[in-house]
Design a protein around this ligand. Sequence first.
Ligand code: WTA
Length: 650
Amino acid sequence: MTVQIDHALEEIRRFRPSPEFAAQAIADERLYDAASADRLGFWADQARDLLTWQKPFTEVLDWSNPPFARWFADGELNVAVNCLDRHVEAGLGDRVAIYWEGEPGDSRAITYAELTEEVKRAANALTDLGIRTGDRVAIYLPMIPEAVVSMLAVARIGAIHSVVFGGFSADSLASRIDDAEASLVITADGGYRKGRVFPLKPVVDEALAKAEGGTVKNVLVVKRGENDIAWNEGRDLWWHDTVTTASPEHEAQAFDAENPLFILYTSGTTGKPKGILHTSGGYLTQVAFTHKNVFDLHPERDVYWCTADVGWITGHSYVVYGPLANGATQVLYEGTPDTPHPGRWWELVEKYGVTILYTAPTAIRSFMKLGRSVVHNFNLRSLRLLGSVGEPINPEAWIWYRHVIGGGSIPVVDTWWQTETGAIMISALPGITDLKPGSAQVPVPGISVDILADDGTPVEGEDGGLLVITEPWPSMLRGIWGDPERFRETYWEKFGDKYFAGDGARRDEDGDIWLLGRVDDVMNVSGHRLSTAEIESSLVAHEITAEAAVVGASDETTGQAVVAFVILKERHAHDLDPSDASEELRRHVAMQIGAIARPRQVFIVNELPKTRSGKIMRRLLRDLAEGRQVGDTTTLADTAIMDIISAQVR
Ligand code: WTA
């Protein structure tokens, strides 16, 4: 296990919540007391307090068939009604749900009443297109309000959405459509990114040509980019002809708490992404609970902004379901942070009076590089709470975030969780916890974690071990779509009844948890999960490649970066210039998987370091990629090989 942040070990600063913040904070110590006195009773209370059930549940947790949990299973609710209608019925229809800002500067303020009406129309349109409870709908959209509307409309009719991040390639989209056997794709002609329209519909067309299942019957297209697109008569439908004209009356049906809500694909240790399955009642309970308590949400006065794309779990839980279940007002921004100018985010914080900001360390580090002048052009005094997610935040970035963005005195909460956990699992509570830069700190009330050695014995102290979750939690994944065996193997085989998260962690003398990065072959680039195996198989799929090895090397801005070592096929090794080959392979990976997977570097080499049994020793390649002295090579079949590779890399 590599400790990514060396300085974290020496970090000793502590920040107590200010008395003013603590006095108004939503969460207090009683949450921890209640959860430790009666964990299941605590979650049942949260589920009743935070959500509206059409049929109240009597069972809390059914763990009779581990690892398949059922929460609140005899209760019934409608997720969309919980996010929309009930707020309107409570007289909050005029509250702004979404301040949407397009990258070119167009904007819309959408109230809860308007959002509810639009979701009802979309629900009717989907039903008219033949979508029924349990059907899968793929969503491939930019960050526009229709993305939120689509997700909620699918939820409203008890169908299952599979949102695919708009940066993924046609191949990635096709394999996700096939795996889920989606019958509808919702997309846009294009969206704005970095000052240009990037086309989405052509990617969908290409994906559907590649998808082998032939399950997709219709493609619903939002007009956004106004770019020219091909039209498949009979299959393709415009949103403005189909949804906008549908009836705004829709009686929502109640569904079982365990009705599937969504599938979200994430990278694992093998080449094939896993379709993480989440269900309704438990998921919504924990996202609403954490959104309210970790972000100290006062929905009547806060303006919340989570910068994640809805294509990732953070967007699902903390752009769509958590904030809307809690009746929050939030900002949704279409574009990139630096378009049309480097201070765009801070301009938006000022424009909308954002009070709570939730973003990733990578973003913070790139603003650090630009320097404070970019930030200081804007008035950020509305901010009162900052959150971080996706990767370990180094203390320097934490302090910079608190001081330069937060003005020096507001809480920063570092939240650890995963696509699989559905909601925040480890975080400070801002009115209670003394904050420690670099540590995610403590499990949220009702969550039990431990740190174990490889053999399952608990470990304390500096060295750290493997993070496990010891008790089932409401928003836990219910499985991997279509692959129960892989679900068992990946998360439950190692420690029996404890969930193995794949992260290394250590606990300090105060009991605070420090995350140490992944312990498997999953990389974390800009807070996004990428699989070494997936990128390796993409590289090997190129006709010039003979062999490839990929490592995640630490990177000042993106946390980790993808670095590949490739051996070319004999006949190309001579006629191709290495830098052309390397460029071609970088382009190829971006095309095959998506731009986020594009390697920072591809080194063309003649050899890869292998053990006698033929296993590639990535640890040594990582040493090279990070510019370190290469470690112990004695287990290599040929110990001289690292010298040859080092010489080629330099
Ligand atoms: C990492 C994102 C340290 C971790 C919500 C985890 C973090 C993976 C943190 C999940 C954090 C997420 N500190 N590491 N605060 N948050 N991670 O599924 O390695 O995209 O396993 O979910 O990101 O990534 P995912």
